[in-house]
Write a protein that binds this ligand. Structure first.
Ligand code: ADP
Ligand code: MG
Length: 327
């Protein structure tokens, strides 16, 4: 723990009190956790025949969320963005670790942060098994761990020309909420603050998808990464991009944002994936049982680059590209 030297005043509660009060829980522990919070390190048992899938993401105040974002949303989202990465790989979530850097130990903030974090963790039986606390500018790092039967993980690479391109759920809501901080429907704001990782879809897609990625930086950027992995290209039908009812109520198709938010805005945390033509019907039938559903939006092509077209066959020109931290 990176606390002040002994003898100097630290946070008003000791770090140990904070951990005990907010992060150690009464709920039944997972059986694959031999030792969780409380020792120098966690001891974890990966089930036989499974591979361990590990990812990490950081949310920084002022970069990934604003001063207006609630503590519950920060707790939820810090875990959700990691579970979204596990979903893209087809992993079943199991454990998480949490590194929390904060300027002060505000009990009200900590209580709501923990509530947001654990309500999502409990949805997927994720156990918090360790972490760290330090004083500093507000930043939250979560590492998530999940399992996949050996050799069955879904990767970014693996798509082939002719494979159909799909996305789960709807795109552009989080982007719309960022664009209009005051004036959007609660359902749209919810998409930005409380993204739902597509874990169940990811587990189904293990049997069908040739490749997958989660949409964190925007469809064009993230599909771009998937395509780069195999030096492929894509043709997208921009009129088919799935948009929520609230999104369609806010923007008409005469507004360029109607296309450019689903194409370019990040933070939706849907899955973008490819399926060989012969498997599409089976995949769609299997995903019919998963609430988020999916929409076919295009096709993989051998020629590099992403080409967008309208329903009438005309080319759609977009100026958008995905979010990048260092540009
Ligand atoms: P060390 O001093 O060895 O770094 P710590 O005192 O930081 O260990 O942590 C003590 C225990 O509390 C460890 O099991 C650690 O994983 C856990 N822990 C610390 N911070 C958090 C946190 N934010 N959430 C969950 N567990 C935590
Ligand atoms: Mg130690």
């Amino acid at each position: 723990m990176n606390g002040p030297p002994a003898g100097e005043p630290g946070m008003s509660e000791t770090e140990f009190e904070i951990i005990r009060r907010y992060f150690v829980r009464e709920v039944p522990a997972r059986r694959d956790v031999i030792a969780g919070i409380g020792d120098d390190a966690a001891i974890l048992q990966v089930p036989a025949g499974r591979e361990l899938v590990v990812c990490m993401d950081t949310l920084v105040a002022g970069v990934h969320f604003s001063a207006a974002t609630s503590a519950a949303a920060i707790g939820h989202k810090a875990l959700a963005v990691n579970l979204s990465d596990l979903a893209a790989m087809g992993a079943e979530p199991a454990w998480a670790t949490l590194s929390l850097t904060m300027p002060e130990d505000d009990p009200d903030w900590l209580g709501r942060f923990a509530q947001g974090f654990f309500s999502l963790a409990d949805d997927y039986r994720v156990q918090l098994v360790g972490g760290d606390i330090a004083r500093g500018p507000l930043a939250v790092t979560v590492q998530a761990h999940g399992f996949v039967p050996a050799g069955r993980v879904t990767r970014r690479r693996g798509a082939r020309p002719g494979d159909r391109i799909y996305v789960t759920g709807t795109l552009g809501d989080a982007g719309l909420a960022l664009q209009r901080p005051e004036g959007v429907a609660a359902a749209v704001r919810q998409r930005l603050d409380f993204p739902q990782p597509r874990i169940r879809a990811g587990l189904v897609l293990r049997d069908h998808a040739s490749a997958a990625i989660d949409v964190s930086d925007g469809l064009l950027a993230d599909l771009g990464h998937l395509l780069e992995a195999d030096a492929l290209g894509a043709n997208l039908e921009v009129d088919r991009l799935p948009r929520s009812a609230a999104f369609r109520a806010s923007l008409t198709d005469r507004n360029p944002l109607f296309y450019d938010l689903p194409l370019g805005a990040g933070d939706d945390y849907e899955l973008c994936f490819t399926v060989p033509g012969a498997r599409c019907a089976a995949m769609e039938a299997a995903l019919a049982g998963v609430a988020c559903g999916c929409t076919r939006i295009g096709v993989i092509e051998a020629a590099a680059g992403i080409r967008c077209h309208r329903q009438d066959g005309s080319t759609y020109h977009t100026a958008v590209s995905g979010y990048q931290h260092f540009r």
